[in-house]
Design a protein around this ligand. Structure first.
Ligand SMILES: [Zn+2]
Length: 569
């Protein structure tokens, strides 16, 4: 491809709407263009990267026994009513109304459609297992689309759905898909970490995410310094530090004028935060819920939502708290009646707490559970913290940030049951099909690749997903020797299936080098009067600092070999 023919322009300035690093670099390099909030066009350079990622994923899905098919974007509302997942997705679903006043959903995911499809074809255990996948656009009305391709409303996903006669068969495929995912990331040049994950709105019982570790990551991850335990912070468990129970002292009221937060209370009374009880109020599907947790620990809203099995969970408003007769800043589980009290099990790992008294400016000392109050549900609803103990081995937990680039779920039977997907077993008995589902967002992976691989000058693409292998950069093109040599190298490399972006523009060396760095093409070849004087060209890898001179003789085969070695193409 000649740069002068390439559609799209590089930008020197950082576009003001870009709120993440990958977003800035994708816009500056002319790879994408925003059409509406969370809706993007891919320009030729960006599309080339996406197609390479797509092809790697396709090959790995095929290798794992997947069969590709195509499913519609428009999905009948009735299927979502049948599956019962309509409320869980809620406002995330895009809906349209057709001329007959039928509601259709723009597919945010395709479990409903594919399960219905499979239920029409699978009759016997002999028809299973089945691994079917699609690579298509999906739609989710994200409340806050942001980050360029990281959180969008229209996006390209690979989703594979698997169908099984029993758990063992599902487990086998689940492991096979994990391996296929690992292969995808390795082949893309993007080392990913697998972590235990929450199943979220998709549902199901066991799930794992694949994370690219990046400083700009939006997901917290904890992992053990000692064993292989790793989990998304939403899901992570930990061994909470225990503070030896002393003898229970008698409860007493203390005056705490204008003292509200845990920090203020702890300072005022002269105790550590772990010697206090924190009260937090939530509205769970409209019901006010009182949550009590040890003062040094934060509530994990994902765990709380799963525990309460509610669709909408949010912090209660001041008005709601007041209306329930609670005193914000001094609320207490002691003496509380007629309200659901959820306690984190951390409150059993200490004693003689300072807690609210449900009276303005008054707290209680020496509050003990269960002597002084009851709870409706006791569970782990805490956010794991670095330095907590590993739930598997007791080792130390460490934390990092990551970007989710893949998610695999064991769905079980809850969808196939509702959608009537069954089969006859060896004894002719009808049984429900067991399912798994496995997704990768392609655009998200592309953006995450940039978040993980860049420097102050631009993108540094791994070779296997780079838009081109070689950036051919002639300087002083008006010099006929340079023009002739560059043209020949361009033709020869192209004939050998090496993808070359030939910067044939009449631009200064500075502009060309800056664009080469910005676009992040792995190998830069510079041809100039100076290099030709020594019968050579200059080679510089994007991810290395130093350049080297390569003799012109047999240059094509040398480049070919270098690229093969670098990328195992
Ligand atoms: Zn461990």
């Amino acid at each position: 491809m000649r740069f002068s023919n390439l559609f799209g322009k590089t930008l020197k300035e950082i576009p003001s709407e870009a709120d993440t690093l990958s977003h800035q670099l994708l816009l500056r390099s002319g790879m994408i263009q925003q059409v509406a909030a969370g809706v993007y066009s891919y320009l030729p350079l960006g599309w080339r990267v996406l197609k390479k990622i797509e092809q790697i994923i396709r090959e790995e899905m095929d290798n794992a026994g997947g069969q590709e098919l195509m499913l519609p974007t428009l999905q009948p509302f009735e299927l979502w009513e049948k599956s019962g997942r309509y409320p869980a997705f809620g406002k995330t679903l895009f809906t349209v109304t057709d001329r007959r006043e039928h509601t259709l959903i723009l597919g945010p995911t395709h479990e409903e459609v594919i399960t219905d499809l499979v239920s029409r074809f699978v009759q016997s255990y002999r028809d299973l297992p089945l691994l079917l996948y699609q690579i298509q656009n999906k739609f989710r009305d994200e409340p806050r689309p942001r980050g360029g391709l990281l959180r969008v409303r229209e996006f390209i996903m690979k989703d594979l759905y698997s169908f099984h006669t029993d758990e063992e068969d599902l487990n086998e495929t689940y492991q096979k898909m994990i391996q296929a995912y690992k292969n995808v990331y390795t082949r893309c040049g993007l080392p990913a970490v697998m972590v235990e994950a929450d199943s979220g709105a998709i549902g199901g019982k066991e799930s794992h995410e694949f994370m690219l570790i990046a400083e700009t990551g939006e997901d917290g991850i904890v992992h053990c310094a000692n064993c292989d335990y790793a989990a998304n912070l939403e899901k992570a468990q930990s061994v909470k530090p225990k503070y030896e129970a002393k003898a229970s002292l008698s409860i007493e009221e203390i005056s705490t004028p204008n003292i509200k937060t845990i920090e203020e209370v702890a300072n005022f009374v002269g105790v550590a935060p772990h010697q206090t009880l924190k009260a937090v109020f939530y509205s769970a599907d409209g019901e006010l819920v009182f949550v009590v947790i040890r003062g040094d620990i934060e509530v994990n809203e994902t765990k709380l939502r799963n525990l309460l099995k509610c669709a909408e969970l949010r912090l209660a408003t001041e008005i709601e708290v007041k209306a329930a007769g609670l005193v914000a800043g001094a609320a207490s589980p002691v003496g509380l009646k007629g309200m659901k009290i959820i306690a984190d099990d951390s409150i059993t790992l200490g004693s003689n707490y300072v807690a609210g008294a449900n009276k303005p400016d008054i707290h209680l000392k020496n509050v003990n559970y269960p002597r002084d109050f009851e709870v409706s549900i006791m569970a782990d609803i805490a956010t794991a913290r670095p330095d907590d103990g590993c739930p598997k081995c007791g080792g130390k937990l460490l934390s990092s940030l990551g970007i989710e680039v893949g998610h695999v779920f064991k769905l079980g039977t809850f969808l196939s049951e509702k959608l009537g997907a069954s089969f006859l077993d060896q004894n002719g008995v009808s049984r429900t099909i067991i399912m798994g589902t496995y997704g990768i967002g392609l655009g998200r992976l592309l953006a995450a690749a940039i978040e993980q691989n860049h420097d102050e000058k631009g993108i540094i693409w791994p070779l296997s997903i780079a838009p081109f292998h070689v950036y051919l950069c002639p300087l002083r093109l008006e010099n006929p020797d340079v023009a002739e040599a560059a043209e020949k190298i361009y033709q020869d490399l192209t004939n050998q299936n090496i993808e070359v972006l030939y910067d044939d523009r009449d631009e200064s060396p500075g502009v060309k080098f800056n664009d080469a760095d910005l676009l992040g093409i792995p190998m830069r070849l510079t041809v100039s009067p100076r290099t030709l004087q020594s019968q050579s060209i200059e080679l510089k890898w994007r991810n290395e600092k130093l350049a080297e001179l390569l003799p012109l003789e047999k240059i094509t085969s040398k480049i070919q070999r270098l690229i093969r070695e670098a990328g195992k193409l």
